[in-house]
Write a protein that binds this ligand. Sequence first.
Ligand code: CP3
Length: 341
Amino acid sequence: MWDRFLRACRCEPVDATPVWFMRQAGRYMAEYRKLREKHTLLDICRAPELALEVTLQPLRAFEVDAAILFADILLPLEPMGAPFEFAAGEGPVIHAPVRDRAAVERLRLFEPEEGLPHVLQAIRLLRRELEGKTPLIGFAGAPFTLASYLVEGGKSSHFMRVKRFMYDEPEAFGELMHKLAEVVRRYLHAQIAAGAQAVQLFDSWVGCLSPRDYTEHVLPHVRHVLASVAEAGVPIIHFGTDTGALLELQREAGGSVIGVDWRTPLDAARRRLGDGVALQGNLDPILLFAPRPLLERRVDEVLAAAPRTGHVFNLGHGILPETNPDAVRFVAERVHRVTSR
Ligand code: CP3
């Protein structure tokens, strides 16, 4: 069944539980590393033919039920006027971090067809390639997660700068979130118009906030984005990590599928969220390094805790670069074997 992923997102019956992996394309694959010898990450994102090739690599290697466009959540920052690079070993570096109201005011809104035409072109190429075979997921970073990179200037462990900005200058922070939300809203609509059959909103770092701060500073912006995108009629996966205290609020903010990490068992998530929403997750990516019998047992446990309809198997966060592709292959096959009906 080529569309079991889309059906599970809509809580419809499926012939087997669909599976895909966050970061299913990337450095853990030799095919990707080979391409990276000649091209930088941003080169690949800017060349639709290369992005197409990398997106297809995991589909050739594993039994995955969805393709995720090869791109990065940070791409919209450049057309907003905040250029960045991926520095070897350090992750992303924003050249001029946004730390005051004047910097927020300088950020630009842009039309995705003008600011990120290569991403939309990659989606069109992919749809032609995948038609009737594998659904294509588009994605964007959520406003808070993008704000964390813009304000911190790169990766962060305590999110001190972005939270201080939020507490010290709530109005300027609100304006930043407002601009990011509008960029993300337009970008997701443009991806769907180009052919994305589902979209995932990555609020990867929102788990650093209390429910109180999430409610005041984040939820209204995410709700605005997701209510608008929902009108396009494709499944929306709303994902975050360390969101055990935020799940109900994330659900309230929107999405047809809630992405859950390994800290929250899926049966507990189900009890809290009810059955009007599908769940995605939630194997700990570190279990891919575990001895095979343990990995097998933990995959089976995720499946046993998952709802019968409305489950998309995934990790609780992205595949790490040191992962052995054989473990990924094993998990995809195991999910299909155990759940096929
Ligand atoms: O296969 C896929 O999942 C699609 C491609 C994808 C990438 N980034 C490519 C990429 C996706 C969905 C993302 C999302 C992304 N990017 C997120 C949200 C998901 C998450 O993990 O929470 C975040 C926070 C980013 C920002 C980002 N991009 C960071 C922090 C880094 C550096 C990480 C590191 O380990 O160096 C990146 C770089 C990046 N984006 C890589 C890939 C495959 C690393 C590979 C490379 O340098 O070639």
